[in-house]
Design a protein around this ligand. Structure first.
Ligand code: BGC
Length: 775
């Protein structure tokens, strides 16, 4: 806040000068084109750079935080002065078009080179209108919905001055202890790649509109593979696995033209990603042809000192030489690059290359043509948090929910009678948006209580009780409400007995109990790893008490990660996993609970039975001693003594109110040659009473290869809408491109032989057929 005030003061003082210098700038900018031909752009940048001092070039590589919402410890002082003196290339963590416009004015009217700035923000799953957390969004398996959510986020953010978002996060994650699984798209590289493309298209478009902002794919690379699921921890894996399982979504982002890449905090082959030349230059630029700029994560350069890579000067030089262009927050570049150049530890060419990459981004966004492209105060008033955006957010939220259990078709509920709504997340508007929703007004989201009341009007009676606090461990609750303090995410000070008694009283008088429980928003996200994935004990205890009333119980489960739900799966008749659904979460929950919307979400991350099974993912290798089908333990086979190898809910799983059945697979041919196309067809029937959507999933297994291949890999999916009682044939066209993988020499290609084709409604329950494919 101190920094914000300073900026205001500087901007005020600068007010008069803006007017005069504005006229001059208009002249310069009129000569430049927006994203015109590459050679025109580079000529423009070369001319610009020829006039820049070394300090000004280094200044372009500096990205301070304005400090409105931060994740790290470093702070930056005197932003306005630094902008004026050419020491800032971009700014983030600042919200509000007027504030941004004022700083942009300092940059383009008061600094010597008048270079416009980038304004970044973590617009992760919506801006003020929030959509489900990314893990939830991925469970829609609906690429156009995901693209639309990114589009709306871009419209709103750009209306408020933002030109750059630190999204999408595409880190493959197979360890739900890691809190940041909530920010990604789950465990699968193929699905992750499709989502990366959709998000980038939604954000960037072709940069031609003032609603197109630059995306930043992160966290490159392998950030989701932290040992033991502990955030920022060591990563170590084979190159084979990197290329086949973890790289595809980053590469898809590059192929989709992502404007920027964020380096990750973790080590890769023992070298922090931020200083890893193989990763940032050889793979990213040389192998994949990336042409944008690389930014560090928050103080990523400075943290290399703690990784044991040397002092600030050494790690800053290391980062520049590795291929980093912009230094987020840590000021390592700002403070040391000049000296490193004098000492010949880096070259001017390296500084020039980084500076050019940053300027190219600004040029592509059209900021040299109009530095105020994203500073239209009128748009800020009319294009943010609109009824239309919220309507779409509601639809998408409902599509992200995953129905995990529905014994005896208990759901949907009828709109009538007495409903007891119980749980610490039932009346928690400020928890609905979920992690990384920094721009939104949290309290404005629709809570479950509000959603139910609005949906039911006077058709039914809704009684509410909190029932218990989130956890019985006050210190843990303190940690999981760390950022929520200003949002009244306060612990209830009544005794557990009083709270329980109130809940049971209501429960006993009801016809049905809706228990809104699970994790709060800050249980997941950055720096929120857990070693137990149970619903916190206080809530589980209350659930048991509620069950004892003999009333039907629906668990509306909030979570940012797969939880261990063995007890709940055994005992609770209906479980609807709603993640954190965003602005309209409560309304969407009511839509699904009462059957106005038929749930169609499917899990994109395996739910384990217990923490000991982790990492557990469907696309594993077979091992030399796999279990025989149908067995859950065999001596000297790959298994556990105390629990089967099966997940609780497999990847791709999710129920609906409709009942879908699959015919056997029909193949266009059983033996194929070269570039032929195989058509694999099933008939999908909706044999239930409700219209609904089903995600039909295609998996392939390469039965013999030069390296051991996964037991199945997702290779396609189609979301099919079917009226009750109707059928449809669903065909997948498979080409040799779908059979490709990286071999032990890291060559990408396919190998002839036998392939198993599998189609089904989740990764476990599939129909199978086999083909032979020769070169
Ligand atoms: C996170 C990034 C985020 C950055 C800027 C870091 O702590 O790892 O995902 O984009 O902060 O807020």
């Amino acid at each position: 806040m101190i920094r914000k005030n300073k900026i205001h003061r500087i901007c005020k003082r600068a007010g008069m000068l803006f007017l005069l210098t504005g006229i001059m700038i208009a002249g310069i900018h009129a000569q430049t084109g927006r994203a015109g031909s590459g050679s025109r752009m580079h000529a423009f940048i070369s001319t610009l750079m020829s006039k820049m001092t070394l300090e000004e070039k280094i200044g372009q590589l500096n990205l301070p935080s304005a400090g409105e919402f931060t994740t790290g410890t470093a702070t930056n002082s005197d932003i306005g002065k630094n902008v004026k003196e050419g020491r800032v290339g971009g700014l983030f963590n600042i919200k509000g078009v007027e504030k941004i416009k004022a700083i942009q004015k300092v940059a383009v009217e008061e600094s010597r080179m008048k270079i416009p700035m980038l304004f970044g923000m973590d617009v992760i799953h919506g801006y003020e209108t929030t959509f489900p957390i990314p893990l939830g969004l991925s469970c829609t398996w609906n690429m156009s919905a995901i693209e639309r959510s990114a589009r709306i986020a871009a419209i709103e953010a750009s209306a408020d001055g933002i030109s750059w978002t630190f999204s999408p996060m595409v880190d493959i994650a197979r360890d739900p202890r890691w809190g940041r699984v909530s920010e990604g798209n789950g465990e699968d590289p193929y699905l992750g790649a499709q989502i990366a493309k959709a998000m980038i298209k939604g954000y960037q478009g072709d940069y031609s509109q003032n609603t197109n902002i630059m995306a930043c794919v992160k966290h490159y690379a392998l950030y989701g593979a932290a040992e033991a699921g502990r955030d920022y921890n060591t990563v170590d894996m084979s190159h084979l696995r990197m290329y086949n399982e973890y790289f595809p979504p980053y590469k898809a982002a590059v192929d989709a033209g992502v404007g920027s890449v964020m380096a990750s905090f973790n080590v890769v082959d023992g070298i922090p990603a931020t200083g890893n030349r193989w990763l940032l230059t050889d793979v990213l630029r040389k192998q994949w042809g990336f042409r944008g700029f690389v930014v560090t994560d928050y103080t990523g350069i400075n943290e290399m000192t703690d990784h044991g890579m040397g002092d600030l000067q050494a790690v800053s030089a290391l980062a520049l030489k590795a291929g980093v262009d912009m230094d987020m927050v840590g000021e390592g570049f700002l403070k040391t690059l000049k000296q490193s150049l004098e000492e010949k530890k880096i070259t001017l060419a390296e500084i020039n290359a980084a500076c050019r990459n940053v300027l190219v981004a600004k040029y592509k966004l059209g900021l040299f043509t109009d530095p105020y492209k994203y500073c239209n105060g009128q748009r800020a008033k009319t294009e943010i948090y609109t009824p239309e955006h919220r309507k779409i957010a509601r639809e998408i939220a409902a599509e992200s929910f995953v129905l995990l259990k529905n014994k005896g078709n208990m759901l949907p509920l009828k709109k009538g009678g007495k409903i007891a709504l119980i749980g610490p997340l039932a009346d928690a508007a400020n928890n609905m948006a979920g992690t990384w929703s920094v721009a939104t007004v949290q309290n404005r989201s629709v809570s479950v209580l509000k959603g139910l009341k609005e949906a039911l009007g006077n058709k039914a009676e809704v009684a509410y009780a909190k029932g218990c606090n989130l956890t019985e461990d006050a210190a843990l609750e303190e940690r999981v409400t760390m950022f929520g303090k200003t949002l009244n995410r306060e612990r209830d000070t009544r005794t557990p007995e009083v709270m329980k008694a109130e809940a049971l009283e209501i429960a006993k008088r009801s016809d049905v109990i809706i228990a809104a429980m699970g994790e709060s928003a800050e249980f997941s996200g950055e720096s929120s790893s857990r070693t137990s994935l149970d619903i916190p004990r206080a809530q589980q205890r209350l659930l048991r008490e509620l069950l004892k009333t003999g009333k039907p119980v629906v668990l509306v489960l909030f979570t940012g990660r797969p939880l261990t739900l063995n007890w709940e799966q055994k005992n609770i008749p209906a479980i609807l996993n709603v993640w954190f659904g965003g602005s309209e979460a409560g309304a969407a929950i009511a839509d699904v609970l009462f059957g106005d919307v038929n749930p169609s979400g499917k899990l994109t991350m395996t739910f384990p039975q217990n923490v000991g099974q982790i990492p557990l993912y469907y696309a594993h290798l077979n091992t030399g001693r796999p279990l025989e089908e149908g067995k859950w333990f065999q001596k000297f086979r790959s298994n556990y003594l105390d629990v089967s190898n099966e997940p609780l809910y497999p990847f791709g799983y999710g129920l609906g109110y409709a009942a879908f059945t699959y015919s056997d697979i029909t193949l266009s041919s059983k033996s194929l040659k070269g570039a032929q196309t195989l058509k694999a067809t099933v008939t999908l029937t909706n044999s239930g009473k409700y219209d609904g959507a089903e995600v039909v999933q295609l998996y392939i297994r390469d039965l013999v290869g030069s390296v051991s291949r996964p037991v199945k890999e997702l290779k396609g999916f189609q979301k099919i809408w079917l009226k009750a009682g109707t059928s449809k044939t669903v065909t997948f066209q498979i080409t040799p491109g779908d059979l490709k993988f990286y071999n032990s020499q890291l060559q990408y290609g396919w190998e002839p032989g036998a392939f198993e084709i599998m189609i089904g409604g989740n990764s476990r329950d599939v129909k199978k057929a086999q083909v032979n494919w020769v070169k």
